[in-house]
Design a protein around this ligand. Structure first.
Ligand code: 5AD
Ligand code: FES
Length: 362
């Protein structure tokens, strides 16, 4: 019964797999409202009524991977490929520093060649120096060797995001070519932790073939991996990818995808308490106020786009990505307004490390 469930949620008793399943199956507006409020209360306690920013620099859409869902996969023929120079990355980062963002994420397609590795290493080192250590640097560049993770860490990056995409290896197999390995990705997450990074992972929500129990498994995976940050978002169709045919009527699914994404955020907050959870851009692709809804369901991080407008349209992992024509200045202004609209404030100039990481280090 939902009364029992809410009693457990609101008194913050430990949640079991069946509880998580019930949470993800809640549907009535009254139940969802109660769920989001409970998750928000936990967020407010562990992180305050403020939002941490990670300015996101999309450094390159060149990718050696070929994930069936992704618009910039290796086999996508009709997109112009770009790679920012180290100087362009540093300039975007310094813009973020001047505008008091506190932290940045450098994200890109996966490349494993030395030219690329060195470019990122140099850019990170220069950002660290030029910002006098002020700017927190997160990387999200896929699977790399332990040596590369270490080089980038030594250069000054201190957080790394690597989504597991799904905790279920069977489902992972359906979404990727046979040479993409779930086990290798798991190993990378372990390596990142042992190198000393704050580690973030996440999944796509509402994927073809995915069940509610898969999502419950994802939440328990986050708990077991003891990660510091969660970046997850609804699956969105990218037209020319192999997975698109599995969801032919995506427009009719949008409300469902958004709701499921929000329920996952709330469930993650209730289960994991003191981690950082991002309200991702994918939520906004489904609803103009998607990210605000994410914050109200328990997220505490937003990642405004810092990519130069001329490159934005080439970095579309999915269709209808928002803010393609807005520049960094416009995104900054729009974001502050959105955050204020729900009675929160932006944590300007703060790194915003998760309390979870501080606890884990001891
Ligand atoms: N819909 C939603 N998220 C996607 N990603 C890639 N393609 C899609 C899509 N079609 C996500 C993956 C990846 C991250 C960079 O973007 O989870 O890890
Ligand atoms: Fe794997 Fe883009 S090719 S997420």
């Amino acid at each position: 019964m939902t009364d029992e469930l809410f009693e457990k949620i609101e008194s913050e008793k430990p949640l079991t797999a069946p509880d998580l399943r019930k949470i993800l199956e809640l549907e009535s507006p009254a139940d969802l409202d109660r769920l989001f409020k409970a998750a928000y209360a936990v967020k407010e306690r562990v992180s305050g009524r403020k939002v941490f920013l990670r300015g996101i620099i999309e450094a390159s859409n060149i990718c050696v991977k070929d994930c069936y869902y992704c618009g910039i996969r290796k086999s996508s023929r009709n997109i112009p490929r770009f790679q920012l120079s180290a100087t362009e990355i540093v300039d975007a980062a310094m813009w973020a520093n001047t505008h008091r963002y506190g932290s940045i994420v450098i994200q890109g397609g996966e490349r494993n060649d030395e030219t690329f590795i060195k470019l990122i290493e140099d850019a990170v080192r220069e950002i660290k120096e030029k910002s006098a250590g002020h700017l927190g640097i997160t990387l999200s560049m896929g699977e790399q060797t332990p040596e590369v993770y270490r080089r980038w860490f030594d250069a000054g990056a201190h957080r790394y995001l690597l989504r597991i995409e799904s905790s279920n290896p069977e489902l992972y197999r359906k979404l990727h070519p046979s040479d993409h390995s779930h086990a290798a990705r798991l190993k990378c997450l372990e390596t990142l932790k042992s190198v000393g990074y704050q580690v973030g992972t996440g999944v796509m929500i509402g994927l073809p073939f995915q069940t509610i129990d898969d999502l419950v498994g994802d939440l328990l995976f986050f708990q077991k991996m003891d990660v510091d940050m969660i970046g997850m978002g609804p699956y969105l169709v990218s037209r020319d990818t192999p997975l698109a045919k599995e969801m032919p009527d995506f427009d009719a699914m949008k409300k469902h995808q958004l709701k499921l994404g929000l329920k996952m955020i709330a469930a993650a907050r209730l289960l994991l308490k003191n981690v950082n959870i991002a309200a991702t851009t994918a939520l906004q692709a489904l609803d103009p106020r998607g990210r605000e809804q994410g914050l109200l369901a328990g997220a505490n991080v937003i990642m405004p786009n810092l990519t130069a407008v001329q490159y934005r349209s080439s970095y579309q992992l999915y269709d209808n990505k928002p803010c393609l024509d807005e520049n960094s200045e416009q995104c900054r202004f729009c974001l502050e307004r959105r955050v204020q609209s729900i009675g929160e404030s932006v944590a300007w100039d703060e790194w915003g490390d998760s309390l979870h990481f501080a606890a884990r280090k001891i």
